[in-house]
Design a binder for this molecule. Structure first.
Ligand code: FA5
Length: 335
């Protein structure tokens, strides 16, 4: 039989060790080691509780009382230490991470869309409100889509109008967005109403209104019963929406193998002395409709390709297209 006096000595010893160790604990991992040693299922207090059965029955109530007191005191001492350590960790963090609101801030300039992207989005949104969908096609194009399907066979003199960068004998950097028309018509049945924005490349000599890399938006509307009057109406509606009042528009005759008749559209800004050509346009040539499997007896349509840089120049009074490609942030920020 275990002696009550011995048990009491053991309890005192555990309590003394526990107090001394707890006082010295300074970090969460030592606290956990302490918990396992004293309060764990196989810890020192559990070991003492196991001795209870060996105490004289008459003394067991007393022994039980002491052991329970020990357990309660240990648990509350442990949790007080745990709270204290947490509070200290939080104080340390707050002291370290304190923000000095009196320091001057770091200037971070706002990013924004490039003027050309803004103009492109603006034009897209006008046509989308009119019911056109946006379609895209590859910048590296085949001769077939860029020329043949557009009624410009090999050796046709009109190929010279698009001074083209060739990659191989049959692939090229597209000089206009018109090949997207063909790609869309091939996979659709009329009515087709699309706009195709995108980058184009030409071996054009660089000057104030020509750049070797520029952007176009192609428009195509194909269905039964369309005429030149519909094209004129869409153009007038669009230029009024985009430019606002005071801008003048005029048409002149032109030639494109894929439209018949073909026109060129020029715009004059208010107070300006000269007109700027902004697009080529026309009624889709029956040969093009036939090439994509449409019946030109029943289906008609119109198309145009406008230069986005020129639209931006007219609206914002930019007199040299080369400024779009410089890295001058004062220019990029101005619109
Ligand atoms: C064409 O490219 C035809 N594909 C347009 C078209 C589409 C006609 C559908 C009929 C039906 P053009 O070569 O004229 O046409 O170019 C159209 C517009 O692109 C020009 O009016 C101009 O605004 C712009 N553009 C052409 N070349 C350049 C260049 N080097 N730099 C800047 N803009 C250019």
């Amino acid at each position: 039989m275990a002696k009550l006096a011995d048990l009491r000595d053991d309890i005192k010893k555990v309590e003394a060790d526990l107090g001394a160790q707890l006082e010295a604990i300074d970090d969460p991992s030592s606290l956990e080691a302490f918990r396992v040693e004293f309060l764990g299922r196989k810890g020192r207090i559990s070991a003492l509780l196991k001795q209870l059965g060996a105490v004289e029955p008459a003394e067991r109530a007393q022994a039980g009382q002491w052991l329970n007191d020990l357990k309660d005191r240990s648990a509350s001492a442990f949790s007080a230490r745990e709270t204290e350590l947490r509070r200290r960790a939080m104080d340390d963090r707050l002291a370290k991470e304190r923000a000095d609101v009196t320091l001057p801030g770091v200037y971070r300039p706002y990013g924004h869309a490039h003027p050309l992207s803004k103009v492109q989005e603006e034009i897209e949104s006008i046509f989308m409100r009119m019911g056109f969908d946006v379609a895209t096609g590859p910048e590296i194009e085949t001769e077939y889509y860029n020329f043949e399907a557009l009624n410009i066979p090999a050796d046709h003199p009109a190929r010279a109008d698009w001074d083209t960068f060739y990659i191989t004998d049959s692939t090229l950097l597209r000089p206009h967005t018109s090949p997207v028309q063909i790609r869309v018509m091939e996979r659709s049945t009329p009515p087709v109403r699309i706009i195709c924005p995108g980058r184009c490349y030409r071996r054009d000599a660089q000057d104030a209104t020509h750049s070797p890399v520029f952007h176009q938006i192609e428009l195509l509307w194909v269905e039964e019963g369309l005429s030149l009057a519909n094209l004129k109406f869409v153009l007038e509606l669009f230029t009024k929406e985009y430019f606002g009042p005071g801008y003048e528009m005029r048409f002149s005759g032109d030639f494109f193998p894929f439209t018949e008749p073909s026109v060129q559209v020029h715009i004059k800004a208010p107070g300006a002395s000269h007109w700027l050509e902004i697009m080529g346009a026309g009624m889709v040539d029956p040969a093009v409709l036939t090439a994509v499997g449409y019946d030109p007896e029943r289906i008609t349509g119109f198309a145009f390709g406008l230069g986005i840089e020129r639209m931006a120049m007219l609206k914002y009074g930019i007199d040299d297209i080369r400024t779009f490609l410089t890295n001058d942030l004062r220019f990029v920020h101005q619109l």
